[in-house]
Design a protein around this ligand. Sequence first.
Ligand SMILES: [Zn+2]
Length: 187
Amino acid sequence: MDKDALTVHEMVETYGVRIATIVDRDGWVKTKAREIDLDEELHLAKDLDRIMRHMKELYKFVGVSSNNIYWSLTQVPIRQILIPTTERKYISVINPEILKLEGQENNYVEACGSVPNKVYIVRRKPYVLISGYTIEKERIELEYGSKDFYAGEDPIYSSYSNPEWVIQHEMDHLDGITIQDKGAALI
Ligand SMILES: [Zn+2]
């Protein structure tokens, strides 16, 4: 079958796609994702982009990491995150790297599709700059938050207005780290 002809629903069926959680498929969630070969493997990134967008809509995720989505096509998660831009659109970033992480830590209130029915407070920096590649192999840099943003001990609930935590949350996933590993449980 021509893979390009598959609808996203057929891809989900074909690749056995489902949410990877620490309850089910913890080996997927906790595995360090591998780099994507930008010359040979962009087709993987493009397929995963479609699947992650589908799952984001289905489960109302604010961001998605490859480690959240089990699929049988790659043996381990590949380094790709689907994150909001400051214009509230979504973009897949391939082989992302944190270039800057600055400011005084705040208390972000976070949930996670891979850690069901739990909410954690995670201390994170208020400013992050990342680099990576689009699925068209274009190098990009994206920055979020402000290094001067400090809320003291107050919990921060907002998502779209404070996307810096989302970026750090998804970057952690690529290293096999969840909010269960670095946060304090609220529920
Ligand atoms: Zn998560």
